[in-house]
Design a protein around this ligand. Structure first.
Ligand SMILES: NC(=O)c1ccc[n+]([C@@H]2O[C@H](COP(=O)([O-])OP(=O)(O)OC[C@H]3O[C@@H](n4cnc5c(N)ncnc54)[C@H](O)[C@@H]3O)[C@@H](O)[C@H]2O)c1
Length: 434
């Protein structure tokens, strides 16, 4: 199959490279000329484990190419994927569909012969109808089927998730389109990956319902963690105790500083708006959004409290700034609320993240350091915000030696409270007795 992938970001680039690895011929198209120039030189514009080798191998085999010009690739394509961003619209929280609409209009002019136009971007219910209307308006005679195929990959494990997904969801009732989608995902059929064919609107909603449920699960355990703090219980054991129940499941039950990232915050908000517009509000998700927003802001207070209250003039080290480990993605990361919150209380911030280079432009006044020990040098406390593997095995004696005071605030519960105490640290975590 010939595939044109519009948008070479976290989703488009990974999906494009994986489809090429399945044996299809893929062209990734992006408006960002700098991104395309880097990709052509084999230089990855994002950090995603394994992506550079996967891209290099498929470029070498002639199955993967990059361009800023959509015409040729879209004209030749059996399937055109739209994988552009759908950020929150400023002001109202609806998904901003301007990139999706623009891509649809461009595609309309370029398709030749029967073409499946696939929405991979996360889009509100009814967007498939809008894309179809845009294409028909631009080219009444275009022979297209518009399909919803939401993506469930996680940054940091994106390639494995794409190649071995829990399921693939395809929303279309067009038999020709279903045949093309089956062929595209054929290697997964051989692996017996469940492929769920639904109507288009149902598929669009599945993606939002999945993200909203996961965001709610995280928020649930975060609230239980606060309750644990209040009553002297241990949230990690509560998680284990409830997670062993197959109806609940053990994943996504780690208490922390609140969810962030490029998907959950904007997708929960967009679902809330869709539901209000449809006259069928989703109160649980409205509350999830409010509780999580408040939690991210409250984390700076938690740090201050652990340090005795007054942090004016204190130096605080932050370890991990990206919204989760193994990605360079800073979108809606909890660190973006925590660092300014601490600065507002008069603290000086020194920070280190292995890949979150973009933080330098997002966190004014923060001093960036080259590693964990440089960041903690002279600090009155260290806050672990993102659980990169390298922070799980810090040399604690070295840490204690470089810090002004041995105080660790572990917002990811990666250390053991009793061990830390025995090693001479003042240790605070989330939902566990100190
Ligand atoms: N990042 C994730 O983990 C993830 C997971 C599942 C789903 N999604 C969804 O996938 C979509 C894309 O997310 P992302 O994180 O890859 O975004 P991104 O911002 O990393 O990438 C989007 C890319 O599209 C390009 N673009 C925009 N308009 C274009 C056009 N008309 N022609 C060509 N290129 C264009 C941009 O330059 C950018 O490089 C979003 O809807 C998101 O919700 C993301």
């Amino acid at each position: 199959m010939r595939v044109a992938m519009i948008g070479a970001g976290y989703v488009g680039l990974v999906s494009g490279a994986c489809f090429a690895d399945f044996g299809h011929v893929v062209t990734c198209i992006d408006k960002d000329a700098g991104k395309i120039a880097r990709l052509k030189q084999g230089d990855m514009p994002i950090f995603e484990p394994g992506l550079d080798q996967l891209v290099a191998a498929n470029v070498r085999e002639g199955r993967l190419a990059f361009t800023t010009e959509a015409a040729e690739a879209v004209g030749a394509a059996d399937a055109v994927f739209i994988a552009v961003g759908t950020p929150s619209r400023r002001g109202d929280g609806h998904a901003d569909l301007s990139y999706v609409h623009a891509a649809a209009a461009e595609v309309a002019n370029l398709v030749q012969g029967f073409t499946v136009v696939v929405t991979k971007s996360t889009v509100p219910v009814g967007t498939g109808d809008e894309i179809e209307a845009i294409i028909r308006k631009v080219r009444a005679d275009a022979d297209v089927a518009v399909v919803s195929n939401p993506e469930f990959l996680r940054e940091g494990a994106a390639i494995a998730d794409f190649k071995r997904p829990d399921r693939v969801v395809v929303g279309t009732e067009d038999e020709r389109a279903r045949a093309v989608m089956r062929e595209l995902y054929r290697p997964l059929f051989l692996n017996e990956t469940p492929v769920l064919f639904t109507a288009r609107r149902t598929s669009e909603l599945i993606k939002y319902a999945a993200n909203a449920f996961l965001a709610m699960k995280i928020t649930f355990i975060n609230e239980i963690a606060d309750l644990c703090d209040a009553v002297g219980a241990d949230v990690q054991q509560v998680s284990r105790g409830i997670g062993m129940d197959g109806r609940i499941g053990s994943k996504f039950l780690n208490a922390g500083p609140g969810y962030g990232g490029s998907c959950f915050p904007k997708d929960t908000l967009a679902l809330v708006r869709t539901a209000v517009d449809a006259g069928s509000p989703v109160r649980l998700i409205e509350t999830t959004v409010a509780v999580n927003d408040a939690r991210k802001l409250a984390m700076a207070q938690k740090v201050a409290k652990a340090m005795g209250g007054d942090i004016a003039g204190k130096t605080i080290a932050l370890l991990g700034l990206t919204f989760k480990p193994n990605t360079d993605d800073m979108r809606d990361a909890p660190s973006l609320a925590i660092a300014p919150g601490l600065q507002a209380m008069g603290a000086h911030i020194q920070a280190f993240d292995p890949e979150g280079h973009e933080a330098k432009g997002l966190l004014p006044g923060v001093t960036f350091k080259a590693n964990a020990y440089e960041a903690t040098r002279g600090a009155d406390a260290v806050v672990i915000i993102t659980e990169w593997d390298q922070f799980r095995a810090l040399d604690l004696d070295r840490l204690k030696a470089v810090m002004r005071a041995p105080r660790v605030i572990d917002l990811r519960n990666i250390y053991n409270p009793a061990d830390m105490k025995a090693r001479g640290f003042h240790y605070t975590s989330v939902g566990r007795p100190d």
